[in-house]
Design a protein around this ligand. Structure first.
Ligand code: SAH
Ligand code: SF4
Ligand code: F3S
Length: 433
């Protein structure tokens, strides 16, 4: 009988893909199958995120619950970014934890399983060419890593300390993986990296010079592949060549993530983001002039140390000018081992909360205006999910989530859908052909 693994995944899409890689290794080498109920699991894993403080403090209370209610002899492993950054301290604080496996050591999952109290958290470990078995949670869409680590030094960010230096995965390995995914039925691939448009800057071995635009061009030659998405591109690397390829390549979905972080050039400088307010707005303008219906999403941090009312107003100004289709907004959270941890001009927490609320309310206003304008539009939807209520849902090319009446046979298919009613996060429509 196969053993069972329960895994909880926090954080970003890179963690989602790491989870898939660990499940593939566990299945292949140790005959584990996945369960959604931790009480019946022989192995409980938490794939953690350190990017802000809150999820880190939640980790230990959650571990306590797992330990109390788990099956007898079940093992508990802590993986991911918090594993990288806290290392053996996790076992000190929670001695019942059986192993700690860092975000850059995913391929060692079946090794640590047999090494009591193993702590494998080396952020210089190079997994850029490790041959993970193919495993995907979705049949219709394949996540593919194109790089590991991050070479930027944004002053607020812990990621370079948890995932190490940036190494690109060789082009031929990415193309092979995409081909295998498409041959097994996926029509969409989702390329992942902390700085995807910096692709090709450094490889582990010797490889021909290649950049992100070249990679996109190679991948779009794959027959049967209909859609390419990626995250996260960095505004600093959005040169004309990249935007032009994005605009003219029909397989690239017209939805761009442009993490602004702040609209103030002064704050951007303190964050070491490498671009100004004007550059960001210029890139949006170029993008919109070439792809008028492009959807643009962003990440914003409010109340970075030293952010004045005027700085915050610059962020609001960018929001008013761009009217983002989606935002992920956060209050600044000081992280260990980052440069900004030592910045002293901290923003009063009450002001920070007010700014976040103001920004989120403004976004909701923009969103309501945008969504109202979608009524009656027709979008090509790639159906991926079966909903419980006799509906299927999927995404339009420009990343709108749309549902329509239907059943399983629509999954993995493209259909034109006319929007008949709108909501903030999902639209409903009727299939027109
Ligand atoms: N590589 C991606 C970001 C990954 S982290 C990029 O550069 O876009 C995801 C988001 O978390 C960041 O874009 C940022 O908005 C937020 N974030 C990172 N560190 C943070 C911190 N210390 N406090 C609050 N938000 C943070
Ligand atoms: Fe963090 Fe900056 Fe790297 Fe993104 S680009 S992961 S925000 S250091
Ligand atoms: Fe991702 Fe969180 Fe690590 S956002 S890179 S899992 S710190």
């Amino acid at each position: 009988m196969s053993k069972k693994v329960f895994i909880e995944t926090l954080g970003c899409a890179m963690n989602e893909r790491d989870t898939e890689h660990m499940l593939a290794e566990l299945n292949e080498k140790e005959n584990f199958s996945q369960t959604g109920d931790f009480k019946e699991a022989d192995l409980i894993l938490i794939n953690t995120c350190s990017v802000r403080e809150k999820p880190v403090s939640k980790l230990f209370s959650e571990l306590g619950i797992f330990n109390k209610k788990k099956k007898e002899n079940a093992k508990i492993g802590v993986c991911g970014c918090t594993a990288s950054h806290l290392g053996k301290d996790i076992i000190k604080r929670a001695p019942y934890v059986d192993f700690v496996l860092g975000a850059r050591n995913v391929s060692k999952i079946t090794e640590v399983l047999h090494k009591p109290k193993a702590v494998e958290v080396d952020i210089n470990y190079d997994e850029s060419e490790f041959a993970f078995k193919d495993f995907r949670t979705s049949l219709y869409k394949a996540y593919i890593n194109i790089s590991i680590g991050c070479d930027k030094q944004c002053t607020y960010c812990i990621v370079p300390k948890t995932r190490g230096e940036e190494i690109s995965i060789p082009l031929n390995l990415i193309v092979d993986e995409a081909n295998r995914a498409v041959n097994s039925g996926a029509k969409e691939i989702f390329l992942l990296g902390q700085n995807v448009n910096n692709y090709g800057r450094r490889f582990s071995g010797k490889h021909d010079k290649v950049n992100f635009t070249n990679l996109l061009q190679e991948l779009s030659k794959i027959e049967g592949l209909k859609r390419i998405r990626f995250t996260s591109p960095h505004p600093f690397h959005m040169d004309d060549e990249f935007i032009e390829e994005f605009a003219k390549n029909p397989k690239i979905c017209k939805s761009m993530h442009m993490p602004l972080q702040s609209g103030s050039t002064k704050v951007l400088k303190d964050m070491k983001r490498g671009y100004s307010k004007e550059w960001f707005l210029n890139r949006v303008e170029k993008l919109r002039s070439m792809v008028p219906d492009v959807s643009i999403s962003t990440d914003i941090i409010v109340a970075f140390p030293g952010e004045s009312d005027e700085d915050f107003n610059d962020t609001i100004d960018v929001m008013d000018k761009v009217k983002f289709d989606q935002i992920f907004s956060f209050k600044y959270s000081a992280r260990p081992e980052t440069e900004a941890e030592h910045f002293t001009n901290v923003v009063n927490p009450e002001i920070a909360s007010q700014r976040l609320t103001f920004l989120q309310d403004l976004y909701t206003k923009h969103l309501d205006e945008k969504m109202a304008s979608k009524l009656g539009n027709i979008y090509e939807v790639y159906f991926e999910d079966l909903n419980a209520d006799g509906y299927v849902s999927g995404r339009s090319d420009n990343n709108l989530v749309i549902k329509a009446k239907g059943s399983e046979e629509l999954l993995g298919k493209f259909r034109k859908v006319k929007v008949t009613s709108i909501g903030r996060s999902i639209l409903s429509g009727e299939i027109v052909n």
